[in-house]
Design a protein around this ligand. Structure first.
Ligand code: NAD
Length: 326
C-alpha cells in the first residue's frame, strides 16, 4: 500500500489520482485543514493530524505500508514569517512524528515534497541540486530541516528516500476532475483567475527588475507532471536506488507579465492589472535545472506550455466557481 499524506490537498490529490490510475493500492492521510474531501475522488482516507503521534499510530495500525508520499505542510511563505512556531510545529514536528511512525511500521520508501525555497537567493542559474542551501524564509528553513531529518533517519534505519524540490506548481488535472482550491490563494494563476472572476485583487509586485519586461521570472511546472515524477521516484526506489534530491521545474522561466498575458489570452479577458512596489526578498529569477530528474528518473514533463497549464487551471475554476465547495 502507498500512503499519501496530505493527499486531499492540491498536489497530493493529483498524486492520488495518478497512483490509482497506475493500479496502486492507495490510502490518504489528511487532517482536512487545507484539504478537500471532494478532491479524493473516492480514494480511501483516514483523518489524522501529524502533530498528534497517537493519531498517526492509530491510522497506520495493522497496515502494510510500502511507501509514504509526504505532501502535508503549511505552505504560505508570508505566513511562515508571521508565525514561525506554527510552521516548525506542523512542518518539522509533524514530519518527525510521521518518520517515527514509518520506522515503527517498517516503511521501505519515503518521498518528500520539498521546494525551491530551500535554495534562497540564487548565486547561479539555472539552479542545480548542488546549489548552496540558504533559505531566506521560515517556510524554506522548515523544508531543509525536514530533508536533513529524513536523510538521518534513512541512514540510521535503512529506508530509501527521495526529496523532490518543486519550483512553482501550476495547472490542474487535464481531465478536469481536480484543481487548486486554497484559502487564501497565494499562487499566481488561480489568483489571477479569481481577479478576473471579481473575487480578489491582484497586483504585480515590481516591474523594475533586471529581466526583459522588468517583472520577476519563475519556473512553472504542471501539477500532473509533478505527480508523474513521484511515480518515477517510487519506481527508482523499488529498483533498489535512492536516496537523492531532485529539482522539478520546466527549465524555462516565465515572467509575471507573461503569466498575466497567458491568463488574459486563455480566458479571453481584458482586465487591467496594476503594479505595486517590489516585495522584500523576491529574487528576480528562479529557474531550475531538472537535468538530474530527467537523467536519473527518466522524467519527461509533458505539459510544459504555459498556456496549457493556464487553460487546465481555467477549465477547472470555470467549472468549479466555489472550488470544492467545502
Ligand atoms: N504548490 C506549490 O507550488 C509547491 C511548491 C513547492 C513545494 N510544495 C510542497 O508541496 C506540498 C503540497 O503542496 P500543496 O500546494 O498541495 O499544499 P496543500 O495545502 O494544498 O496540501 C497540503 C495538504 O496537507 C494537509 N495537511 C497539512 N498539515 C497537516 C497535518 N498536520 N496533518 C495532516 N494533514 C495535514 C492539508 O489539509 C492539505 O490537504 C507541500 O509540502 C508544499 O510545501 C508546493
Amino acid at each position: 500500500m502507498i500512503l499519501v499524506v496530505g493527499g486531499a490537498g492540491y498536489i497530493g490529490s493529483h498524486m492520488v489520482k495518478c497512483l490509482r490510475h497506475a493500479g496502486e493500492d492507495v490510502l490518504v492521510l489528511d487532517n482536512f485543514e487545507n484539504g478537500h474531501r471532494g478532491a479524493l475522488l473516492g480514494a480511501s482516507c483516514v483523518e489524522a493530524d501529524l502533530r498528534n503521534p497517537t493519531s498517526i499510530e492509530n491510522a497506520l495500525a495493522g497496515l502494510d505500508v510500502e511507501a509514504v508520499f509526504h505532501f502535508a505542510a503549511y505552505t504560505d511563505v508570508g505566513e511562515s514569517e508571521r508565525n514561525p512556531a506554527a510552521y516548525y510545529e506542523n512542518n518539522v514536528v509533524g514530519s518527525w512524528n510521521l518518520l517515527e511512525a514509518c520506522v515503527q511500521t517498517g516503511v521501505k520508501a519515503f518521498v518528500f515534497s520539498s521546494t525551491a525555497a530551500v535554495y534562497g537567493e540564487p548565486v547561479s542559474l539555472p539552479i542545480t541540486e548542488d546549489h548552496p542551501l540558504m533559505p531566506t524564509n521560515t517556510y524554506g528553513s522548515t523544508k531543509i530541516a525536514v530533508e536533513r531529518m529524513i536523510q538521518a533517519y534513512s541512514r540510521t534505519f535503512g529506508f530509501r528516500h527521495v526529496c523532490l524540490r518543486y519550483f512553482n506548481a501550476c495547472g490542474a488535472d487535464p481531465e478536469g476532475e481536480l484543481g487548486e482550491d486554497h484559502l487564501p490563494e497565494t499562487h499566481i494563476v488561480p489568483r489571477l483567475i479569481k481577479h478576473i472572476q471579481g473575487k480578489s485583487g491582484f497586483k504585480v509586485f515590481g516591474d523594475d527588475y533586471e529581466t526583459p519586461d522588468g517583472t520577476c521570472i519563475r519556473d512553472y511546472v504542471h501539477v500532473s507532471d509533478l505527480a508523474e515524477a513521484h511515480l518515477l521516484a517510487l519506481q527508482y526506489m523499488r529498483n533498489g536506488a535512492g536516496s537523492d534530491a531532485f529539482n522539478l521545474g520546466s527549465g524555462s522561466g516565465h515572467s509575471v507579465r507573461e503569466v498575466v498575458d497567458s491568463v488574459l489570452r486563455v480566458t479571453g479577458s481584458r482586465i487591467d492589472v496594476s503594479v505595486a512596489p517590489r516585495r522584500p526578498g523576491d529574487p528576480a529569477r528562479l529557474v531550475a535545472s531538472s537535468e538530474r530528474a530527467q537523467d536519473v528518473l527518466g522524467w519527461r514533463p509533458r505539459h510544459t506550455a504555459l498556456d496549457d497549464m493556464v487553460s487546465h487551471a481555467w477549465n477547472w475554476m470555470k467549472a468549479h466557481p466555489d472550488g470544492y465547495g467545502d
